[in-house]
Structures are given as C-alpha cells and as structure tokens.
Design a protein around this ligand. Sequence first.
Ligand SMILES: NC(=O)c1ccc[n+]([C@@H]2O[C@H](COP(=O)([O-])OP(=O)(O)OC[C@H]3O[C@@H](n4cnc5c(N)ncnc54)[C@H](OP(=O)(O)O)[C@@H]3O)[C@@H](O)[C@H]2O)c1
Length: 263
Amino acid sequence: MKYLTLNNGIKIPQIGLGIYDLHEEEAILEAIDMGYRLFDTAQMYGNERLLGNAIKKSNVPREEFFITTKLYYPSKSYEFAKKGIEQSLHNLQLDYIDLMLIHEPYKESLEMYRALEEAYEEGKIKAIGISNFNEELYLDFIKKCKVIPAVNQVEAHVFFTRKDLQKVMLENGTLMEAWSPLCAGKHDIFNNEVLISIGKKYNKTAAQIALKYLLSRDIIIIPKSANKERLLENISLFDFELTNDDIEKIETLNENKSLFGWY
Ligand SMILES: NC(=O)c1ccc[n+]([C@@H]2O[C@H](COP(=O)([O-])OP(=O)(O)OC[C@H]3O[C@@H](n4cnc5c(N)ncnc54)[C@H](OP(=O)(O)O)[C@@H]3O)[C@@H](O)[C@H]2O)c1
C-alpha cells in the first residue's frame, strides 16, 4: 500500500474501501485480509456498527486501520455535532476516529466543524475534513475555520477530473479524496474503449486504469465493491505506471461535470 501524508503529518492509505450500501461483514473481513486498511463509512450509511464489528473480529491491530466517518444533517448544530461524534465512536466501538468529515455543505457547517475541531484537539479524532465542497465553498470555508481540512472528499473520476479544485486545495494544504472513483458504473465506464486499450498494455482492466489515473494525481480513492475478485482488482494498482501519453488520452474523457447532479 502507498500512503500519503495529511497536513498534520498523519499518513493515510491511498486506496480504501468505500462501504456505502455495503452490509456484508464478510466483504469487509475479506478486504482486511487482502490488505485494505482504510474504510470509508458515514452516519448516513447506517453501517458504522458493522464496520466496528469487523475491525474487532479481525486480528489486525487498531493502529493499522484508518477509519473515516461523516456527520450529516441530524448533527446540524454545534451541540448535535458533539453528540454525533460520540455516537460514531460508540457505533464504531473505537477510542478514536482517524478522519471525520462534514458530509456535505450545510448552513451550519462551521459550527459542526467547530465540534470536530474540539474533538480533534482532545484526540478523539486524528484528522478532520469536509466533503462535497466546491472551489468557492472551500475557499470561503478555509477563511473561517481554525483547522484547515486535511481532506475534501468529492466526486472525482475520469469523466470529472476536477484538476482546478485539486490545485486550489493543494495550495492550501487539503488533499483530494475521490468518491465514486468508478463513477458507480455510470457512463459504461467498464467498457470504455480508451481505458480498455490502455489496460491491454499492462494486463489491467478498464476499472484499474480509471483508478490508477486518480492515484497518479495523488488522489486518495475509495472504490466500493462487495465482490472478492473486484476487491482484489481495486487494490492491485501498484505494479505498473501510466505514461504521460496514457494520461493525456484518459484526460480526453473529462466532461467536467458531475454525473450525479451534485454541485
Ligand atoms: N461523500 C459523499 O457524499 C459520497 C458520495 C458517494 C460515495 N461516497 C463514498 O465513495 C465510495 C465509492 O463510491 P460508490 O460506491 O458510489 O461507487 P464506485 O466505487 O465508483 O463504484 C462502485 C460500483 O462499481 C462496481 N465495481 C467496483 N469495482 C469494480 C471493478 N473493478 N470492476 C467492475 N465493477 C466494479 C461495484 O459493484 P460490486 O460491489 O458488485 O463489485 C459497484 O456497483 C462509497 O462507497 C462511499 O464510501 C461518498
């Protein structure tokens, strides 16, 4: 596994498993066996407890894991956010959370984030961040918060590359984490000719080329799969490199807009 370093010095695995809509403990245990250590959940997904149970069942020491969860609209105030943090710790059955995010921009994001900043200072959360903030919202947010977000988790994939947003974030110390890095299968991505033809050179699938593109830009990725073969595929990305020519071809796919109607 390759690790990136967050703005507070903490290391984050560059590939993780997103567990939205994943309710099979077995898949999480298989992923742990394969070497996944980053798991991305959220209060909204309703599977924090399932993830906590799998971590407990595995024989892997807690310190090896990197667990991300997110606060959402029921925590839309400072007081409710404080309760929300305690609720996630309880559900995950952990003493600390590695990364906690504000799930999406809310009118109350700043006061929710203040609760995250306090929990961060108390050591209950090792790194804090945001999700689904576009460039304008991000720039406004960092003017007002105390702790610069370590991560902004946003939609990013070969059809929506978000290079401008990433540039602004890197200038200010925030790493990009790509949600739906396989665009949840939209746009017939797994049969895309450009990705398939590049994949043939390296004996890799279209999915692997799409994920590798994001890795090559120092983006953290959290593809979701509940299938053993595809879990393995999505983590087997460090034995080849894309050339500049490959990257140029992949970037012709960019349509520069959300496939999910966000932003
Ligand atoms: N912050 C946010 O607002 C936000 C929003 C959306 C998602 N997320 C996070 O991002 C994670 C990933 O996003 P996502 O689940 O929407 O989509 P995704 O990871 O882009 O794609 C998942 C889909 O692709 C299939 N798949 C996975 N690997 C494959 C492979 N190698 N070849 C062919 N098919 C493959 C999966 O099916 P199988 O399971 O059958 O393999 C699943 O249907 C989520 O789980 C969640 O943690 C965050």
